[in-house]
Design a binder for this molecule. Structure first.
Ligand SMILES: *Cc1c(COP(=O)(O)O)cnc(C)c1O
Length: 393
């Protein structure tokens, strides 16, 4: 089996939603993966901010294996202890010190977590949502309806509507868009798919205040930014902001598909029996995986590690003083290297050839979202290669 053999079959077997990928990956260990031709890569993308613990973390592998051999799936007509323990942990994480009650609905993905959140907002009885330009919330019809990219939305019209778009980071524009008909304001604390775009300091706290003033829910999409990725358990916690609805997914399962919609305060009681459901959501296996990921992040101090390593990495890239690089943005281990030219795609290909997995969410931005376990010495090879990669692309 080689890259070429499998990729030749890929095109005939799968819908072409992703195009044909450049490599076939066969195994991973820590921050490293190997392709079907035996070539090794440093994984600086972690399956798009998913593999928080890298690949094949022994403690996660054995927890999943043990749970699979005990009880894998039971439907939500029955309860499991891992599911309850996970929900308790997420409720505590999202409520923080706020003293609010919190309740969790478990899903299989980020977009489904946002679908649940959207249903919560409908039950306020208010019809309008406010979303941010540049945002991404997922590909199912509800999540898509609050996703900014017109090219993602337009082929699938009509979608749920009554969405007001405001520029990300602009409090005056948000204030002007608010009103008594606004059910919720949906925001990413840092826009991941836009290439790790940060709002100005104080903006998120301002959004919280505007939501309170107008009786609207603050819906935080932490699908990409949460679970330690940005150097806090939740990126919103950097400004001390607590959401009414918080959605999580990517890093939560460490590679096992799972998502969560966590609601706090009055919003925690909006979804009632019969309002929503899922066959798979929060099954014992997925819940055990996520619970184990949270325990390992805690035990290994990976939130602090992500913060320190991310700061060091951004500083080290900027210290190279490369003329092709404008600046580095983002927080923790969710970073965008902003180029002076729209060469990010070519950079991605050059990086792949040189043994690094990255991606280009925008024409001029390279995204780095390595596993939270990555070390400075793992990253040094990338820093050493960076001048050659930017000048070659
Ligand atoms: C990835 C992402 C989603 C969608 O998650 P899926 O698991 O791909 O459905 C939603 N919101 C944000 C902020 C994301 O980054």
């Amino acid at each position: 089996m080689s890259n070429g053999d499998v990729l030749a079959r890929y095109e005939g077997a799968l819908m072409q939603t992703f195009g044909v990928p450049p490599r076939v990956l066969v195994r991973g260990e820590g921050p490293w993966v190997w392709d079907a031709d035996g070539v090794r890569y440093l994984d600086l993308l972690a399956g798009i901010a998913v593999n928080s613990l890298g690949h094949a973390h022994p403690r996660l592998v054995s927890a999943i294996a043990e749970q699979a051999g005990t009880l894998m799936h039971i439907s939500n007509l029955f309860a499991s202890e891992p599911q309850v323990a996970l929900a308790e942990k997420l409720d505590a994480l999202v409520a923080g010190e706020s003293g609010r009650v919190a309740r969790t609905f478990l899903t299989n993905s980020g977009t489904e977590a946002n679908e649940a959140a959207l249903k919560v907002t409908r039950l306020t009885g208010r019809p309008r949502l406010v979303a941010m330009e540049g945002c991404f919330h997922g590909r199912t019809m509800g999540a898509l309806s609050v996703t900014a990219t017109a090219a993602y939305r337009e082929p699938f019209a009509p979608l749920p509507d009554n969405v007001t778009w405001v520029p990300f980071g602009d409090l005056d524009a948000l204030a002007a868009a608010m009103g008594a008909d606004v059910a919720a304001v949906v925001v990413e604390p840092i826009q991941g798919e836009s290439g790790a775009v940060e709002p100005p300091a104080g903006w998120l706290a301002g959004v919280r205040a505007l939501c309170d003033e107008h009786g609207a829910l603050l819906w935080l999409d932490e699908v990409q930014t949460g679970i330690g990725r940005c150097g806090d358990w939740l990126a919103s916690r950097a400004e001390g902001v607590v959401g009414d609805v918080v959605t999580l997914a990517k890093g939560l399962g460490g590679g096992f598909p799972i998502g969560a919609c966590v609601a706090t305060g009055d919003a925690a009681a909006l979804l009632q029996t019969g309002h929503h459901g899922s066959t798979f959501g929060g099954n014992p296996l997925a819940s055990r995986a996520a619970l184990t990921v949270l325990e390992i992040i805690e035990d290994e101090g990976l939130v602090e590690h992500a913060r320190a390593t991310g700061d060091w990495l951004a500083g080290a890239i900027e210290a190279l003083g490369l003329p092709e690089v404008s600046h580095v943005r983002g927080r923790g281990l969710l970073r965008g290297i902003v180029l002076n030219q729209p060469n990010a795609k070519a950079f991605g290909s050059a990086a792949l050839e040189a043994g690094f997995l990255v991606n280009a969410p925008r024409p001029d931005v390279i995204r780095l979202a390595p596993p939270l376990i990555i070390t400075r010495s793992d990253l040094q090879g990338f820093l050493d290669a960076l001048p050659g990669l930017v000048s070659a692309s």
